[in-house]
Design a protein around this ligand. Structure first.
Ligand code: GLV
Ligand code: MN
Ligand code: MN
Length: 415
């Protein structure tokens, strides 16, 4: 790449991030954009209009993964990919995913302004539903692209109201056989995802960018506890089969199992607890909880799941409640590609940015892209490590640093 310094228009990029953030199902600055909902569709249209203005050629697949391509001088070569997601969980912030999409676009525009001519095409990808909010499983688009989730499995997914992927995607205007979503190995020559760290270390250590070597292995389950309901006054304590009390024991069992592995990398969360019938004067008869367990070490993570399974059996017997566990996903950890990491590192040095190698504890579309292409991730700091909250924040300087390193890396890889 030319030694000329990329001309970042960081104010423009920040204005675009803010504009994207205002497209929300919640009152801004709170961001909620659930896949295929009205806000998600408007956000997609906004980002596509920016890609169009940058002269990129846009294609959408049958599940809505969107590819914006800057054609290289040798279109037959596998492209370099970059990108992330723009869907957002309820009560989220501006930067998760969006920095990778709009920052990826800005990296391309910087190279265009410099007069750079890529040999390999560069494709910006906006993945459908990285967040599990609607269908209960994360990385729907990249999972299907990698062939890890089959069309049959995707079609069996349901939202809370029982509406499926087919109904939602056709309402959103996506058609065609879902078989066509899976891409072959080699689809991208290399893939780089820019993302906020979603943890505190870069900011605490005053480091500009993180080079992600591994992405943690997530597993998620839906646990249904069925007890016996009744009148909160009339049903006396002896012999109660309170489904919520049983769920409480499981939640604490998970917390204890995840806290006692001896590794800081193990995390366990119950983020959903639906109580039926949900009345103050009614003993809960049915509870559904979801578990989310992650670790860099798959065996250690599976040890937590085994401990929870043992607790489930014990609680079920002791309390006389029926408990069924459904595994939603159990994904392996991802190892990032050394050559792509080396390119990121060289770019960070050339850009004068401090860097460190680190692991990603959230899951990312790159995990699934790694099944079909070499991947690496580039992290930038976010204030206080805060993410999945409206006060999520990454400064223009941090974002600019990430885009600078990304643009140099894309130029290097596409040359
Ligand atoms: C994605 O946001 C995750 O849950 O890691
Ligand atoms: Mn997220
Ligand atoms: Mn994300």
């Amino acid at each position: 790449m030319t030694a000329a310094r990329p001309q970042l228009t960081i104010e423009g990029l920040i204005a675009e991030l803010l504009a994207l953030g205002r497209i929300s199902e919640s009152e801004p600055p709170v961001v909620t954009r659930v896949v295929f909902g009205e806000a998600d569709m408007r956000a997609r249209a906004y980002v596509k209009s920016l890609c169009h203005a940058a002269g990129l050629k846009i294609r959408e697949d049958a599940i809505g993964n969107t590819f914006a391509r800057w054609e290289g001088s040798d279109p037959a070569l596998a492209p370099i990919g970059t990108g992330s997601h723009i869907d957002a969980i309820p009560n989220a912030g501006l930067y998760d995913g969006c920095v990778g999409v709009l920052g990826g676009l800005e990296a391309i525009r910087v190279l265009q302004k410099l007069g750079f001519k890529p040999r390999r095409s560069i494709e910006l990808v906006i993945f459908t539903a990285e967040e599990p909010t609607r269908f209960g499983i994360g990385c729907l688009g990249s999972r299907m692209m990698a062939g890890v989730l089959t069309p049959q499995q995707a079609l069996a997914l349901r939202d809370k109201e029982g509406r499926g992927v087919e109904e939602w995607r056709s309402q959103a205007g996506f058609a065609g056989s879902l078989d066509s979503v899976a891409e072959p190995r080699g689809r991208f020559h290399q893939f780089v995802e820019l993302h906020i760290e979603q943890g505190p270390y870069l900011e605490q250590e005053g480091i500009d960018v993180g080079l992600v070597t591994h992405i943690a292995a997530p597993a998620s389950q839906r646990i249904v506890i069925e007890g016996e309901g009744g009148h909160a006054g009339g049903k006396l304590m002896p012999g109660r089969k309170d489904a919520l009390a049983a769920a409480a024991e499981l939640i604490l069992a998970l917390e204890s199992a995840a806290s006692s592995t001896g590794a800081i990398d193990t995390v366990g969360t119950v983020g959903i607890c639906d109580v039926f019938p949900g009345a103050v004067n009614s003993v809960p008869s049915r509870v559904v909880i979801t578990t989310d367990v992650r670790d860099i070490d798959r065996a250690r993570r599976d040890g937590v799941l085994a401990a929870l399974a043992a607790a489930t059996e014990e609680v079920s017997t002791r309390r006389g409640v029926a408990i069924t566990t459904e595994l939603i996903n159990s994904d392996p950890p991802t190892t990032c590609d050394p050559a792509t990491l080396a390119a990121l590192e060289a770019s960070a040095i050339a850009a004068g940015k401090t860097h460190k190698k680190m692991v990603a504890r959230a899951y990312h579309d790159s995990s699934f892209v790694s099944c079909i292409a070499p991947v690496a991730m580039l992290f930038i700091p976010c204030r206080g490590g805060v993410s999945h909250r409206p006060d999520e924040y990454s400064s223009p300087e941090w974002i600019g640093g990430g885009v600078h390193v990304l643009s140099r890396t894309l130029a290097e890889l596409a040359s």
